[in-house]
Design a protein around this ligand. Structure first.
Ligand code: NOJ
Length: 531
């Protein structure tokens, strides 16, 4: 087990690297610039780290199944072993504790707890596993911040009725959520219902790169699917599933457990490609078709007017009682923010995708008739990272938070994910990951600016604690602040882990001598108030 003692004094070597890197930007963010009780943590998800894919009664998940289809995942990788967190969870909790976080976001594997969904019973060993995690976090003063569903679900639900394409999935999800509330709600105060419905719908049903791999041209060539319609149906079912689970929580559990439930949205920021008014409108549309697609229904009870305007009957309609159920069904907004893209109008101009980072299908309603790209006149919007559409644009953090603040009347927000993946084969990333430090530090600085401007943000989670299974990219893309040796699975802190530890102890990057340890007790963490 790694037991390194990270202190401010040991950070001088970071500072040398770091000052060179960011002297031009003179970024120097400190924990003390965030309110007392602000949650600072790291985030992970079950399939990406647990492994133990059929152990102790766990059933086959959609990802277990998908990874076995040749060609679906880079290098034929899978999450069968992943980071072996199932067996090493105590070591990982010790690592979190040594970092000094006061919160940890993780997800519950649906197929570990309910191997066959509603078609079978509860797997008590699965329940026990998360009980051990929650209890061990709490003993160390770390708040469990639990995602109920993060992309993985029992394959049987896919085989029987087509998973999220079917409204039957709503009841299966509510059943799973109920088991989670019943089993863990006495100790868990923060729940994320579903992780990134928008990104999941896009990757699984528009591009076909996530299971069940549905798509149609020009988005991709899959054996089944309709990229113009299916993502809309999937999100529709997910939104209703969320709202039903929240009703259940508020009716049956909230008075005793007094927790809060939010949803997590994948939130790119979009900037107009030119200062043409149509491109400005296109940037607004891109935001509406990405972020507001999920959040408008859960705050106001219906899809964004921008979507209604451009979609025909393919955009499903909510019945009036469904609108009532949906309205005001989140206590907080979870923002996963990584990067910013340019947006160009495709209603009044012809859009041809001609750079590697642009998405196909820009001339379609499902994309809001917007072409998004990371390049303007051949110049990238920011530094590239390990993923083709994630460029480093720190001010995007302030802008996306400001967007959510304005559109949703400053509902409480958490940055549930933010992180950096190094371009592939960059060995430096194993230890001297100065770019990651620059990324995290500068995004945090812009988050602090948004908060000084009144945004009600209550917490921030780094994606991710350790290098893990990055979905269709397998292990080739690394986001971790800990390196994991692919053979021994030993965890080693990267410089960014040291930086985070120092930051959490209120070390300033430019003034090491000003390091003052501050301690945040669990009881100090404020609960977002739901109306
Ligand atoms: C968002 C997803 O929630 C997470 O699973 C993924 O690994 C990161 N983004 C990075 O792509």
């Amino acid at each position: 087990m790694w037991k390194g003692n990270l202190t401010c004094k040991h950070s001088s070597f970071i500072i040398i690297f770091f000052l060179i890197l960011c002297s031009a930007n003179s970024i120097d963010i400190k924990r003390s610039e965030f309110p007392h009780g602000f949650l600072f943590g790291a985030a992970t998800s079950s399939y990406q780290i647990e492994g133990a894919y059929l152990e102790d009664g766990k059933g086959l998940s959609n990802w277990d199944f998908f990874c076995r289809i040749k060609g679906s995942i880079a290098n034929g990788d899978s999450g069968d072993i992943a980071e072996d967190h199932y067996h090493r969870y105590m070591e990982d909790i010790e690592i979190l504790h040594s970092l000094g976080v006061n919160a940890y976001r993780f997800s519950i594997s649906w197929s570990r707890v309910l191997p066959r969904g509603k078609f079978g019973g509860v797997n008590q060993e699965g329940i026990l596993f998360y009980n051990k995690i929650i209890d061990n976090l709490l003993v160390r003063g770390i708040e469990p911040f639990v995602t109920i569903h993060h992309f993985d679900y029992p394959q049987e639900l896919e085989d029987r009725y087509g998973g999220w394409l079917s409204p039957r999935m709503q009841e299966d999800y509510v059943h799973f959520a109920e088991i989670c509330f019943q089993s863990y709600g006495d100790r868990v105060r923060y729940w994320c219902s579903i992780n990134e419905p928008n990104l999941f719908a896009e990757f699984a049903y528009e591009r076909g790169t996530y299971p069940p791999s549905h798509c149609s041209p020009p988005f991709g060539n899959c054996s089944a699917g309709n990229s113009d319609i299916e993502p809309l149906i999937v999100v529709h079912n997910m939104l209703l599933a969320h709202a039903k689970a929240v009703k259940l929580y508020r009716d049956r559990f909230k008075s005793e457990q007094s927790g809060v439930v939010g949803i997590v949205v994948h939130s790119f920021m979009y900037k107009p490609l030119t200062d043409d008014k149509w491109d400005m409108e296109a940037a607004d549309r891109a935001l509406a078709f990405n972020t507001a697609w999920i959040l408008d229904p859960l705050v106001f009870g219906d899809y964004p007017p921008e979507m209604r305007r451009y979609h025909g009957n393919e955009l499903p309609k909510f019945a009036s009682e469904e609108r009532m159920l949906l309205r005001d069904s989140i206590d907080f907004i979870g923002i996963n923010h990584y990067g910013t893209l340019y947006a160009k109008d495709c209603i009044y101009s012809c859009c041809i995708c001609n750079d590697s980072s642009c998405n196909k299908g820009s001339d379609r309603a499902i994309r809001g008739f917007v072409y998004t790209t990371a390049e303007r006149d051949g110049v990238p919007i920011g530094e590239p990272t390990g993923l083709p559409r994630f460029f480093i644009v720190p001010q995007g953090m302030e802008e996306i938070v400001e967007y959510a603040k304005k559109r949703y009347l400053n509902k409480p927000m958490f940055v549930t994910e933010n992180g950096y993946s190094s371009p592939q084969n960059q060995v430096d990333d194993y230890h001297h990951d100065v770019k990651r430090i620059y990324y995290l530090d500068s995004y945090l600085a812009f988050l602090a600016r948004a908060m000084r401007n009144g945004a009600d943000v209550r917490g921030y989670f780094i994606w991710t604690l350790m290098d893990d299974f990055e979905w269709s990219n397998g292990y080739s893309v690394r986001f971790g602040i800990y390196h994991v040796d692919p053979h021994s699975l030993n965890r080693t802190p990267k410089l960014s882990a040291t930086w985070f530890r120092n930051f959490l102890s209120n070390c300033s990057i430019n003034h090491v001598e000003s390091c003052n340890s501050i301690s945040l007790m669990n009881k100090d963490v404020p609960m977002p108030q739901s109306e």
